[in-house]
Design a protein around this ligand. Structure first.
Ligand SMILES: [Zn+2]
Length: 273
């Protein structure tokens, strides 16, 4: 899983390790990964310094000192690993490897067009296709409700709609619904103002708590990375079918929402008070 908390963990750890570092090489091992030719992208980034790393929706954005942005889309099957040659880490299956002197950053599991080199303006145009960041301070409760006002879908489906808010997938939609005390298959039209407020508060709390515990990523970013994945043992409902709810003792169930599976506690999550 690679949702907002996992990308935020990547962002902070990459910024810590690579802000101010000079890109000395880029190895692109798959065709059609980029919006430009591999040679063009390599020529444009060679010798450039990374100012900092930003998270935008499902992307990591490397700000370069030539004003360009290297944008990498991280989907569910993608992951990153940072290493040095002496570690002899197998990068034969990496889609790309960024080299910073003797330090390398390999990205695995990229698909077509997941790597793009863009101008600042092009990034802003591109990002218009994605919804608000759930942790953006400008996303107030009223704006949050407003964004969903025309939607009639179920809660889980709506939370996962990347055009409304970006960064929540199948894992955190279940955890947020649990924290809000609402079943994930509840129709948005059934939510009253109290429920909307519970949902909004739960979204911020769950995502921030997940970030503070390292998210739920399966792959460490580097050797001795003890932060990544720490939140997965704190899941309340996701992938816990048949296990006991830590809040009420009821058994967690798996249900279907749209065509997706969802996990919920039959007692803690309801719609009618
Ligand atoms: Zn419960």
């Amino acid at each position: 899983m690679q949702e907002l908390p996992e990308l935020d963990i990547y962002r902070s750890m990459l910024a810590e390790r690579f802000a101010g570092a000079e890109l000395t090489a880029l190895h692109i091992k798959q065709n059609k990964l980029t919006n430009l030719s591999s040679d063009q992208i390599i020529e444009e980034i060679n010798g450039k310094t990374v100012w900092f790393v930003e998270r935008r929706a499902q992307h990591l954005v490397f700000h370069l000192d030539n004003g360009k942005r290297l944008v990498i889309q991280i989907s569910n099957q993608s992951y990153l690993y940072s290493h040095t040659p002496s570690e002899q880490y197998d990068i034969s299956k990496a889609a790309i490897t960024l080299q910073f002197g003797d330090r390398m950053l390999s990205v695995f599991g990229l698909r077509a067009d997941d790597l793009q080199l863009m101008t600042v303006k092009a990034v802003e145009v591109y990002m218009k296709a994605f919804g608000s960041d759930p942790l953006d301070k400008r996303l107030t409760l009223n704006r949050f409700i407003e964004k969903f006002s025309k939607k009639r879908s179920s809660l889980k489906t709506a939370l996962m709609d990347q055009t409304i808010i970006a960064g929540i997938g199948t894992v955190y939609s279940d955890e947020i619904a649990f924290a809000a005390g609402i079943r994930p298959d509840t129709k948005l039209t059934e939510l009253n103002s109290t429920r909307w407020e519970q949902l909004y508060t739960a979204m911020g709390n769950v995502l921030r708590e997940a970030i503070s515990h390292g998210g739920a990523g399966l792959n460490p970013l580097f050797a001795n990375d003890i932060l990544t994945g720490g939140y997965s043992e704190r899941f309340k409902v996701f992938d816990r079918e048949g296990l006991t709810c830590t809040c009420c003792g009821e058994t967690i169930v798996k249900i279907t929402v749209g065509n997706r599976k969802a996990f919920a506690c039959p007692k803690c999550q309801s719609i009618d008070e």
